[in-house]
Write a protein that binds this ligand. Sequence first.
Ligand code: C5P
Length: 401
Amino acid sequence: MLAGRKILLAIGGGIAAFKCLDLIRRLREQGAEVTPVLTRSAEEFVTPLSVSALSAQKVYRDLFNLNDEHEMGHIELSRAADLVVVAPATADLMAKMAGGHANDLVSTLLMATDKKVLIAPSMNVRMWEHAATQRNLKTLQDDGIVVVGPNEGDMACGEYGPGRMAEVPEIIDAISATLSDGPLKGHHALVTSGPTHEPIDPVRYIANRSSGGQGTAIADALIAKGAQVTFITGPASAERPKGCQIIEVTTAAEMLAATKAALPADVAIFAAAVADWHIKGDKSSKIKKTKGKTGPDLEFEENPDILKTVASMRNGRPSLVVGFAAETDNVISNGKAKRDRKGCDWIVINDVSPETGIMGGSENDVTLISDDDTEDWPRMSKRAVGERLAARIAEELNSKI
Ligand code: C5P
């Protein structure tokens, strides 16, 4: 799949650098040629010798090395590849990239390249969540840099949360998608998926039965067509898509904030089953049973409508906004009314009456409503719905060019 593709791999100084040794092997197994460049601090985690042995290439380390400069200048090095991959992309490397620094070989190559750049961030969870890193991330995404991961999980520093570098197969999927000549190459797609959880108190929450299966299938299909995907998911049971940026959220308010931060996008697909309400007030103490009362007095407040907010944006509205409608009665007419109410371009209606087994199941039965058309698709797997929808999206976006 990657036969003959040239990858310049910039290895940053983080504990996840060890995964790059496997990344090099797997890329070479697929036929790619990997030219490694190490930052000074990367050498604290992996040795130039092992990187060179695995890549069967010279390892570039120094901006001011006369021999290297004679063989291949740093400008040439930055342009000889089909793709530049930065893994692990540390907080410091991301900051340098966002600020346009060029004070060592890696940062200079990144400034000088005319090729697409893909980064796999990896850092402590607090560093990832720090306002500066999130600001830099946004800048890099706006600059067209493709981001894969980070994932959520246990970290080498003993903490838990987002910050783990994406796994090698995920990075390879993202590299393949970025290099692919699929019909969605060059397009940024945003997908919301899964349920949201709205806290009642520190231990209880309101949720729904969405598994996130349809959203994942759509994201996978878009990635396979070459799109750069940002996947914003609530606490869903479905596996996460591979080869894209994943943003984990809990509540509708967090999903809206993540969605706004991920824009601009060419297409936005709102497959999440967002809770309609959240509970008002302070939720810091556990609610106790009270004698003589049947239950607590909960005051509800409406959640922001993410789809409607994005569909009605004056500036920066994606050129295609797709909503979902899970209906149990008068499925088509309710779906059409929802499309008008939300202001989206297309609406994918699914009948979630309990007897259909669709909510949480592996199949879907959908009708796609666009401006002038009602397409009734036969019942098929959620994977197949994802592929068909991705194909329709590719047709639509390419017809607008
Ligand atoms: O209003 P309803 O929940 O039926 O609308 C479903 C569509 O709207 C889905 O595309 C869903 O992702 C989106 N939605 C949203 N924010 C909400 C509620 C729904 O984005 N608060």
